[in-house]
Design a protein around this ligand. Structure first.
Ligand code: UDX
Length: 452
């Protein structure tokens, strides 16, 4: 099917994409766009003004802004994520509807692919008579846990209660209550209602779901989703691997100097540390991380994103480090604001990845055979961390309380211990399975789109 053009009445059919305007969501959507385009479909990306993609980087795609007006609660950094998502959905609904309706006037739109968190756009597309597919940029396991919300609510598992944290969740094993989606600091009822709204919208309005995962790691979860939704679920991942996409535009300037720094290190000797594009840590957690890294004796490359340490402004180059740690960092570590992560993970100097377990980071690590030290911070990261540590056995948790001695012990265990070696072996096995992932699912998706 690759390269085959999707025609109707002599012209190529068009797919309209609508990404959620955050880094971890934009990237997979643009990778999907590249794959659809390579299969002969025309692609228009309807997008918010927030974090909008650079059209010059994607000359094959058409970009159309929806000109939404976003309230402060979406645009101010550090705001409650659940409120941000609710406000974003509300603010984008009408302009998305207008944008899509105006595209429909001149084009043969086969379907819309809408980010799976954008329930309002999903419903709007289907009300306009456009078949809508939901792109899940998280794992099949996470999505399944969202679909299960009504049952979990009736059984009293959610909103999450402190006293049930260690209970296994029936039919969602190996997840425990503590691994379900959580956003500390957000109102638990608001989170519950957001997830239920997303799941209801997908059930009512989506003609299918597209998931950035692959059969070899989530076959059982995918089969169950398909069964529960009774409509197609396409496991089109790992998107970054299949799209062979160049590194996307980033929120920050990439510090490529860290690759030269890695060149000077022996194979598998460096720990890469990054908590992604959204997570923030308290100042004392940052200090415990720094002290633990310093006393582990392991070389490390650490991404400290501007503004990612609470209470320290974006303009401050780096939060002050405790006495003695500065020297250790200079001697053995390198701190950057933003790294070319995929290239870093592919570098042979990298021995392990201390990650927040965002789904993109998890997949990128899996695809490079790099074992992980999991420090999930919020949302789906809890689910991913559980799969990393208990389902696939390719990592260990740093622990819920970040404390320097625990950090040093976990880092040493993973980087130089026997357990770490076994995790690396399993990670390399997953890497082989990831590289064997085919584009069959992508071909089926294109076929499905053509049939709509
Ligand atoms: C969050 C969620 O946790 C994730 O699971 C969800 O699906 C999207 O929102 P985020 O914090 O952005 O995501 O993490 P992640 O999904 O891991 O994505 C981060 C992306 O930024 C990755 O593609 C990573 O390669 C890139 N990155 C990160 C860099 O390029 N450089 C860096 O220094 C850090």
């Amino acid at each position: 099917m690759a390269g085959q053009e999707q025609h109707r009445h002599g012209h190529r059919r068009r797919v309209v994409l609508f990404p959620l305007p955050f880094q971890g969501h934009l990237i997979p959507m643009l990778q999907l766009a590249a794959l659809l385009r390579a299969r002969g479909l025309e692609v228009t990306v309807l997008h918010a003004n927030l974090n909008f993609p650079d059209p010059a980087r994607h000359p094959d795609l058409a970009f159309v802004p929806i000109h939404e007006t976003l309230p402060d609660e979406v645009t101010s950094p550090g705001n409650d994520i659940v409120r941000q998502l609710l406000a974003l959905n509300a603010a984008c609904e009408a302009p998305f509807r207008e944008g899509l309706a105006s595209l429909l006037r001149g084009q043969d739109v086969a379907c819309a692919v809408v980010d799976g968190q954008c329930y309002a756009a999903l419903v709007a597309a289907s009300q306009l008579g456009v078949p809508a597919l939901a792109l899940r940029t998280d794992s099949a396991a996470t999505f399944r846990s969202m679909l299960a919300y009504p049952r979990l609510r009736d059984a009293g598992f959610v909103p999450i209660k402190e006293e049930r944290l260690d209970e296994l969740v029936p039919k969602l094993e190996p997840l425990r209550v503590r691994d379900l989606i959580r956003v500390d600091g957000s109102d638990t009822d608001a989170l519950c209602s957001f997830i239920t709204t997303v799941a209801d919208a997908i059930r009512a309005s989506a003609s299918g779901v597209v998931i950035n995962t692959f059969e070899a790691i989530e076959a059982a979860e995918l089969a169950k989703i398909q069964h529960e939704l009774s409509r197609p679920a396409f496991a089109v991942g790992p998107l970054h691997l299949l799209a062979q996409a160049p590194v996307e535009q980033s929120l920050y300037v990439l510090d490529r100097g860290c690759l030269d720094w890695l060149d000077a290190h022996p194979p598998r000797s460096v720990l890469y540390v990054s908590l992604g594009s959204v997570a923030c840590v308290d100042r004392n957690v940052f200090e415990e991380m720094a002290c633990g890294l310093a006393s582990s004796g392991v070389p490390f490359l650490w991404v400290v994103r501007p503004g990612s340490v609470r209470g320290v402004g974006e303009e401050v180059p780096l939060p002050p480090l405790p006495d003695g740690v500065n020297e250790e960092v200079r001697n053995r570590g390198k701190i950057v604001k933003w790294a070319p992560q995929r290239e870093v993970l592919a570098h042979n100097a990298i021995g392990a990845f201390w990650t927040h377990c965002g789904w993109n980071s998890t997949l990128e690590s899996v695809c490079e055979g790099v074992p992980m030290l999991a420090q999930p911070c919020f949302a789906d990261q809890m689910v991913n961390a559980r799969y990393v540590t208990h389902e696939w056995g390719v990592g260990l948790e740093v622990g819920e309380v970040i404390e320097r001695e625990r950090v040093a012990k976990a880092v040493t265990k993973l980087m130089v211990g026997e357990d770490g070696a076994q995790m690396r072996e399993r990670a390399q096995h997953l890497q082989m399975q990831a590289s064997a992932a085919t584009s069959l699912s992508m071909d089926s998706l294109v076929q499905y789109i053509s049939s709509l």
